[in-house]
Design a protein around this ligand. Structure first.
Ligand SMILES: [Zn+2]
Length: 245
């Protein structure tokens, strides 16, 4: 469990399955919590026991089971209100029946909803502009992005570009620890730049102690990710190569 504090916003990062990150966030000194992409209810329950406070809200970025698998149970246990991309009902079979509201109806106006389709046809990110952090699910990873499932390559490219157009100081909280593997992929494309080498060294140091490389900065991603390109053709080539890496 790792905790990050941005003003009154606390972000608690929890590891689940092999390499998923689930999040609990609170902006009232741990009295109430919002869970983001709770793929595993047990992990959230256990964390809440330690942290104290009530789970009042659940935000889902997209319908994949490692992101929504814990929602039904948590909703039953805590009566938390569930938000997610409502319009993805058609391609969702898991978890979506627990959705109460479309994310665009979030009553907390400090959270900005970003539509980031591609990995799935409906995928949203939750942006806390005041606190300079964004929760992106599988739309963006450190040195990478989620593969195409039900969206289009054009969607995916535009979503990565849009997320990386956020202010450079924005901390990106993604849902998987894929950074080192993504660096191996970047190396397969050619020699690393000095910026990439420096970032890789920082990542290696963290991973040696099994520490998370997430969150990461938009600035670092723009300086080093092979997926940050205005060219759709280049992006597509990179994505297809990564799929078979
Ligand atoms: Zn996914």
């Amino acid at each position: 469990m790792h905790s990050y504090v941005y003003g009154e916003l606390e972000v608690v990062q929890l590891l689940a399955f092999a390499d998923n990150y689930l999040y609990l966030i609170s902006s009232d000194s741990r009295q109430t919590w919002t869970a983001i992409d709770p793929g595993d209810a047990g992990v959230i329950e256990q964390a809440l026991e330690q942290l104290g406070g009530r789970l009042t809200r659940i935000l889902a970025t997209h319908h994949h089971v490692d992101h929504v698998g814990g929602i039904a149970k948590l909703k039953d246990l805590f009566g938390a209100k569930v938000y997610g991309p409502q319009n993805c009902k058609k391609d969702c079979r898991v978890g979506i029946s627990s959705l109460d509201k479309d994310s665009s109806e979030l009553e907390d106006h400090r959270i900005r909803l970003l539509e980031v389709p591609g990995h799935t046809a409906c995928h949203v990110a939750y942006y806390f502009a005041e606190h300079s952090c964004v929760f992106v699910g599988d739309a963006l990873f450190a040195m990478g992005c989620g593969r195409l499932f039900t969206g289009t390559m054009e969607n995916l490219h535009a979503s990565v570009q849009n997320l990386l157009s956020l202010p450079e100081k924005t901390q990106v909280f993604c849902a998987h620890e894929y950074t080192l593997r993504n660096f191996e992929f970047a190396e397969s494309l050619g020699r690393l730049s000095p910026e990439q080498k420096a970032r890789k060294n920082r990542v290696l140091t963290l991973r040696k102690d099994e520490l998370p490389t997430v969150p990461f900065l938009v600035a670092d991603e723009k300086a080093t990710s092979p997926f940050y390109t205005s060219s759709l053709a280049k992006f597509k080539e990179c994505r297809l190569l990564r799929d078979i890496f």
